[in-house]
Design a protein around this ligand. Structure first.
Ligand code: SAM
Length: 224
């Protein structure tokens, strides 16, 4: 299956407009912190208690990607984990890239983290761990198949897609967004046919965002 879509210039301009209007920590989708679900997985992983570990291997020198990273809370959090040699953020907005660079500097992780202005749908590098949080729900529903095609290319064989499934809200019109409503069956329908196995799925103990729906954590392994 081939990714054959890319982000339209109007969609890219809409995101840049949102950022350049002065989006601050805590505004709109910005949670002003790394999601508690990722933070707790990182804490467990660091103590070598997470089974399977983030990235699905205990090898050092792993790489991580955060598509649509925004201000980069997750990029910084992953970069601080010893076993990742580098964490990369992807942003379509150059204003978001600047905000992320400032944040990475503030967190003192510039030597292990970076942020690139690029369209996720045309990105080609592979990573051991890809973290998707409020990215799938942010893209137009017509691009979801291409999102899944891309994930099957950029998650390295045996690697992990760590996904925050949000917002889960059955009463929300599926065509209203962003954020567009997601569900377990929706993400399974996208990823299982492309060689991903669901390793674990469960409600977040402490969701990062209260509205417009609930949050779950899905951990996927890409087949070797
Ligand atoms: C809903 S926001 C989430 C940001 C961040 N994950 C967070 O939780 O704060 C979605 C982000 O994805 C970026 N984005 C949208 N489409 C993109 C694309 N095709 N490639 C890379 N970034 C994209 C937007 O600029 C925006 O910052």
């Amino acid at each position: 299956m081939e990714a054959h879509q890319r982000t339209s210039s109007s969609e890219a301009a809409r995101w840049e407009g949102m950022w350049s209007a002065g989006l601050k920590p805590g505004d709109a989708f910005d949670a002003a912190r790394v999601e508690p679900a990722l933070a707790s997985a990182i804490a467990l992983d660091d103590a070598s208690k997470l089974d399977p570990p983030l990235g699905m291997s205990r090898a050092s020198e792993m790489t991580a990607l955060v598509p649509g990273c925004g201000r980069g809370y997750a990029v910084a959090a992953l970069a601080k984990l010893d076993r990742f040699k580098h964490a990369t953020g992807l942003e379509i907005s150059s204003t978001a890239q600047k905000a992320c660079e400032d944040y990475l500097k503030q967190e003192g992780v510039q030597s292990k983290a970076s942020v690139v202005v690029a369209d996720f749908f045309t990105h080609e590098t592979q990573y051991n761990l890809v973290y998707d949080c409020t990215f799938l729900c942010a893209i137009p529903p017509s691009m979801r198949e291409s999102w899944a095609d891309q994930m099957s290319k950029i998650v390295a064989p045996g690697g992990e897609l760590f996904q925050i499934v949000f917002p889960i809200n059955e009463s929300r019109d599926a065509n209203v967004g962003p954020p567009f409503a997601l569900s377990k069956s929706l993400v399974e329908g996208l990823l299982v046919p492309r060689g991903f196995t669901l390793v674990s799925y469960g409600a977040s103990e402490q969701a990062a965002r209260k509205a417009p729906g609930a949050e779950a954590v899905a951990r996927w392994r890409r087949h070797e």
